[in-house]
Structure formats: structure tokens, C-alpha cells
Design a protein around this ligand. Structure first.
Ligand SMILES: NC(=O)c1ccc[n+]([C@@H]2O[C@H](COP(=O)([O-])OP(=O)(O)OC[C@H]3O[C@@H](n4cnc5c(N)ncnc54)[C@H](OP(=O)(O)O)[C@@H]3O)[C@@H](O)[C@H]2O)c1
Length: 450
């Protein structure tokens, strides 16, 4: 076996923590001596020992002179646990191989420096892409302060997500709905809209344990005793509800933490107090800003795809009728692309009236501050469409069911584009059958390439 194979095993171990480590990253480690694995470890939950500490403990004296593979740079600071770089030095390891540096700019590189300064051979970048892909939310939050936004939508083959009446149970079968449990469980928070709460009265809870979820993904949980009693972690469920329309008796209010985001006026109301008495946190957020909108329009492509260029003014058509009542747009037309180097090409969007709807960028900032790495969105065409229009989607998770729902049914997204040039292109990077549904995973492509 070579470096890649041992790091591959460390990544498998890291993935064991995908439902439990939040807000920490998923990390795995193996200790290798004379070509054999003599110790393995995974990080299981925040506050618990880091993966390399488990692996060193399992290896015992065999760690001396061994090579240690870790999917993330070892820490060099005192957090909830002592620095792992010190533990590696104390164990007398001979070489350390790391998949990726810690993306936290305050930490990045220091753990590696500490090892190198002590004379340890250090190699980095082995299976780095895979290590980053396992932790998109942690990487995104460390870089931007916001979570990785994954929007799930189940639709018919003609792209419909609910009947005109709002009825949508069930478009997909039990296999796809069980698969959705995996994505909810990975997330630090689940975001929905007032429309979905009113129409479906969903729970939006995780109902499978980490052991059951891993078994669904072909991992034998009995190999890992730590998993046996690992409880279900309920992500924070978040409702965007500027008018505080959600019913007092909503099922969402049962079964775990709930955050209701609303306007300042509604946050200070009797209805808000009733929701609080039912255990919800009700917090006021500002409505959309009247300018500085272009920043929101910049798509936030996945790591590695780069930050897209500003979209052309044509793409703003989608804002009309969406709360931005009177748009005055200065900037460039689609057929007159800006000079990339000029600051004064900035596009300004001003609304004649303040949009009463919540600023979705502020929603992401708030959730990032609360340590949410991955945000799973299960909403209707209203909220999903708004996130798309504002360039806030990092990943799409589509389930296409083998049925047709007709032209009266609701679309995937409230996003009234007018011209082909405005269409949003996607990079579909995974396509799998889940029961009788086709599951597509896609990244939005940078607006500049559309
Ligand atoms: N097929 C699926 O995967 C799926 C998943 C979930 C739901 N659904 C179906 O979707 C239907 C509900 O869809 P819906 O569109 O009515 O509800 P929704 O998307 O759940 O809720 C609409 C939300 O969008 C927000 N919103 C709209 N434009 C906005 C903007 N520009 N800025 C900020 N927030 C904005 C609204 O905020 P305010 O409350 O502040 O106005 C509201 O929270 C139901 O029939 C449900 O069954 C289908």
C-alpha cells in the first residue's frame, strides 16, 4: 500500500463522523508501521479527542517512528482538547502525511510548521480534493463565515414540486425519502420557508441514528463500537417567516431546536411570544438592503470552481415582482461586458420601496456565526427560487420522480427568467438511482460562463 491507499482509509474513517462532528470537521487518521496499519481513529464529536489521538492510542508504542496519515492538518492550539501536533511529537512519530491544511486562516499551516520545526518529515496534499469534498461546509465557513448551502428539491419529470393546491405528498417514494434523511443528518441546520410550514406542516427531523445512516451507505456499524450508542443529533430547524405566519401548533415545534427568523415588528408580538413559549427561538432579521445588491448576485460557486464574475444587468429581471418593486439599474448590458479591471463597473440596484422580505445573505451570516457548516434547504419554489436568484446556492440535490404533474402544478423555482442568456447552467457531478427516483447532484456554474 502507498500514501494514497492509507489516506483513502483515513478518509473512510473521517466519513464515519459525518453525522456527529458538527461544528467540527470530519477527520480520520491511521498509523502505519512497516507497511501495516497499527492504529486507526476518527473524530466522533466536538469535545471528544481528535482522530489522530485515537489512532496514536490504538497504536501505543508502535507509533514510535511510524507514519501517521491525517485527513486534516493537526491542530497546534489549545481548544477543547490539547494540541495534536504536541501529541504526535510526544509519540515520537517519524513522518506525518496530511490531506489538507486547516482552512481556518488563523490556524492554517501552524500545526505543520510545528512538526517540521521538530524535524518530522511532513507531506501534504495527498487526496486533498477528497478531503475537501468531505467537509465542504467547514471549508466554506472558515473562508467566508457562511455555511455551504445545499438545496434539495423533489420534482416530477416535468419539473413540478407541488400541485397548485400546495399538495405535494408524496412525489418521491420511500427510498428517496429515506435518502433525504442522510442529507438532513449531515447538516448543521435545515432551512425551510413559511409556505412549506403552512402547506405541509412538516417535522423536518432526523429519524435515523448515525449507525443506521452509515449502514444505509454500505458501512458495517458493528465494526465501530463508538457508533452503537451514538444518539441522533437534531440539526437546528430554521424558518424564514417575515410575517410570522407559521401556526402556533406547527409540528416543527416538536422534536428539537427551532429558530424562526422574522421582521423586527413581528419578533416583538404576542404571536412571537407564543412561539417562544413552545420552545422556539424567534429572532428579528433585517429586510433586504436597498443597495449593495450586486454582492448578493455574485454566485458562490463550490470550492475549486472559483468566484464567478458579476452577472449582467439582464439577469436582474427576476427581481421584478419579487419584492424589489422599482428597480433602477446602472451598470452594463449583457452585450456590453464590463472591463474586468475597472472598479466603476460595479452594478448598483436600488429599490424604490424597501423589500419587506428577509435578507437571505444575513440569514447565512447568522447561521455561519452559529457554527453551521452545511445548510440543508427543504423549501418550496418561493424560498428555493429566492436563494437561486440571489446566487446563494452552492449545491443542488434533485430527486426526479417518474411521474408528470402537469402545467397547473408549481415549478421548481420561482425565478422568472426571460432569455436563454439568463439561464443558469449547472455542473452535474453525480447521478444515481435511489429507488425509482433519479438523484442528481449539481453545482451552479459561475455566472460568467453562462
Ligand atoms: N418538492 C419539494 O422538494 C418540496 C419541498 C418543500 C416544499 N414543497 C412544496 O412547496 C410548497 C410551498 O412552496 P412556497 O414557495 O409556497 O413556500 P416556501 O418556499 O417554503 O416559502 C416561501 C418562502 O420564501 C420566502 N421568500 C420568497 N421570496 C423571498 C425573497 N426574495 N427574499 C427572502 N425570502 C423570500 C418567504 O419569506 P416570507 O415568509 O418572509 O415571505 C417564505 O419563507 C408546498 O406546497 C410544499 O408542499 C415541495
Amino acid at each position: 500500500m502507498n500514501d494514497h491507499a492509507f489516506m483513502g482509509r483515513a478518509l473512510e474513517l473521517a466519513a464515519l463522523g459525518q453525522y456527529t462532528t458538527d461544528p467540527n470537521p470530519r477527520v480520520g487518521s491511521v498509523v502505519v508501521r512497516d507497511g501495516n496499519i497499527v492504529g486507526e481513529g476518527a473524530h466522533w464529536s466536538a469535545g471528544a479527542p481528535h482522530a489522530e489521538i485515537h489512532a496514536l492510542q490504538a497504536a501505543g508504542d508502535l507509533a514510535r517512528g511510524a507514519t501517521v496519515y491525517i485527513t486534516l492538518e493537526p491542530c497546534s492550539h489549545h481548544g477543547r482538547t490539547p494540541p495534536c501536533a504536541d501529541a504526535l511529537l510526544a509519540a515520537g512519530v517519524g513522518r506525518v502525511v496530511v490531506a489538507m491544511q486547516d482552512p481556518n486562516p488563523l490556524v492554517s499551516g501552524r500545526g505543520l510548521e510545528r512538526l517540521r520545526a521538530a524535524g518530522i518529515a511532513v507531506d501534504t496534499g495527498v487526496l486533498e480534493f477528497e478531503a475537501r469534498a468531505l467537509n465542504p461546509g467547514f471549508v466554506r465557513r472558515m473562508h467566508s463565515g457562511r455555511p455551504w448551502v445545499r438545496v434539495k428539491l423533489a420534482s416530477s419529470l416535468d419539473g413540478r414540486t407541488a400541485m397548485a393546491s400546495g399538495e405535494s405528498k408524496w412525489i418521491t417514494g420511500p427510498a428517496a425519502r429515506r435518502d433525504v434523511q442522510h442529507w438532513r443528518a449531515r447538516a448543521g441546520a435545515i432551512l425551510t420557508g413559511s409556505g412549506t410550514v403552512l402547506a405541509d406542516d412538516p417535522h423536518l427531523t432526523v429519524r435515523l441514528s448515525p449507525a443506521e445512516l452509515l449502514a444505509d451507505r454500505g458501512i458495517d456499524p458493528t465494526r465501530y463500537p463508538e457508533l452503537k450508542d451514538m444518539p441522533i443529533r437534531q440539526p437546528l430547524r430554521v424558518v424564514v417567516d417575515s410575517q410570522l405566519q407559521m401556526p402556533r401548533g406547527a409540528r416543527l415545534l416538536d422534536g428539537g431546536p427551532v429558530l424562526v427568523l422574522t421582521s423586527a415588528a413581528r419578533a416583538d408580538s404576542e404571536k412571537a411570544d407564543e412561539l417562544r413559549r413552545r420552545g422556539a427561538e424567534v429572532t428579528a432579521l433585517a429586510p433586504h438592503a436597498t443597495s449593495d445588491t450586486l454582492g448578493q448576485l455574485h454566485g458562490r460557486g463550490p470550492e475549486g470552481l472559483g468566484i464567478p464574475e458579476p452577472v449582467a444587468s439582464d439577469a436582474l429581471g427576476g427581481f421584478q415582482g419579487q419584492g424589489a418593486e422599482e428597480l433602477a439599474v446602472t451598470g452594463w448590458a449583457a452585450d456590453q461586458p464590463p472591463d474586468a479591471g475597472r472598479q466603476d463597473d460595479e452594478l448598483t440596484v436600488m429599490t424604490g420601496e424597501q423589500d419587506s422580505r428577509l435578507d437571505l445573505s444575513a440569514v447565512l451570516d447568522l447561521l455561519g456565526e452559529r457554527g453551521v457548516n452545511e445548510l440543508h434547504v427543504e423549501a418550496g419554489s418561493g424560498l428555493a427560487g429566492a436563494l437561486a436568484r440571489w446566487g446563494l446556492v452552492d449545491e443542488w440535490l434533485f430527486y426526479l420522480a417518474p411521474c408528470l404533474m402537469g402545467s397547473g402544478a408549481r415549478p421548481l423555482l420561482d425565478w422568472p427568467l426571460q432569455q436563454m442568456a439568463e439561464r443558469a447552467e449547472l455542473d452535474v457531478f453525480a447521478c444515481d438511482w435511489v429507488g425509482d427516483a433519479l438523484r442528481l447532484r449539481a453545482y451552479p456554474l459561475p455566472a460568467s460562463t453562462v
